[in-house]
Design a protein around this ligand. Sequence first.
Ligand code: NDP
Ligand code: MG
Length: 380
Amino acid sequence: MTRSLCILGSTGSIGTQSLDVARLGGYTVEALTAYSDVKTLEAQIREFRPALAAMADEAAAADLKTRVADTGVRVLSGPEGVAYCAAESRADTVLNAVVGMAGLAPTLAALRAKKRLALANKETLVAGGQLVMETAKQNGVPILPVDSEHSAIFQCLQGASENRALKKLILTASGGPFFGKTAAELQNVTAADALRHPNWSMGAKITVDSATLMNKGLELIEAVWLFSVSPDDVQIVVHRESILHSAVMYDDNSVIGQLGLPDMRIPIQYALTYPERLPSPVGELDLAKLGRMTFYEPDYETFRCINLCRRAIHKGGLYPAAVNSANEQANAMFRRGEIGFLEIADRVERVLEAAPEKPAYTYEDILETDRFARETVQGG
Ligand code: NDP
Ligand code: MG
């Protein structure tokens, strides 16, 4: 169980909800990091009084240093500063809520320093799954999922026997804001349309990933690494209400699911309190009031990103990293209005087809793949 925390990406959607959980649970906060949101990080430092803080953006770090000079916090800068906090703070647990590939280096730094890792940053596992899982194993530290679906699966697996007798994972998807739309109807949707998510309030990148359903593809790959399953044993089901957060089916066809209101503070808290459970600020689920839950097959033809991810994890090696970085670039370009919604999948597919094959890889290979994917997407 966690006693003290380092939160990476503390100013974001998951980061601020993690601080909510930390506040209520009375955790000591040893380190906080962000990219450039100086105002929010300053307020958090004044409330939680960490010993260390870092901002990936150098200018923001310099600004923060002046603002919090009276607090005694040590302020570091750049990606190295973030990784330093992950490894060197006195926290027993690192909660990684950074968005994107930038989370990979601090994930590896935390694991090498033998910290328990509560992981929201799914891109870390998509881009470097093999490396991350091996590093965790070598250092004898657990990776506790924060992503709600993976937390659900992790909860459903508690008490399973050693050989697990696990038949498949059932990964639920909200379907996003464009559920039921045809490709023709999606031709001209804008970032503002995509940012209106029905059930969850999240950062901009993952909200767009939920609209393309790339998020579910990334989560499929995340599940393959976290739970050592074949991608063919992961069924994706659209469930609009986001109440059943995912489920597992055992060999006897018994299905065990985890349900609750859609509020990330439940999975965040479980990652911190595991194997214990504590009271939560989140309200109770009232099934009689809810009335019904619905389930659908995903529309794989309109929302092509899921199968691009499936192809990438089947091909293995650096293909998932290529798809992840291509998506980060295309997602950002869509949010800036530079490409259309449907072009996200087109560009990701082009990278999947053009990426070189390399079954075994190092951290440097992942960075090289990242550069290749981004350049290819930008080139059109
Ligand atoms: P946000 O965009 O809200 O927050 C991202 C955080 O990361 C911010 O603190 C940001 O700092 C920091 N950050 C951004 N870029 C960098 C960088 N290059 N180096 C260091 N820090 C950086 O994202 P979310 O909280 O929505 O998502 C975080 C992660 O959690 C993602 O991987 C997402 O997929 C995953 N996740 C999110 C869920 C949600 O409900 N939001 C649900 C499940 C998973 P600053 O504020 O200064 O820019
Ligand atoms: Mg999720």
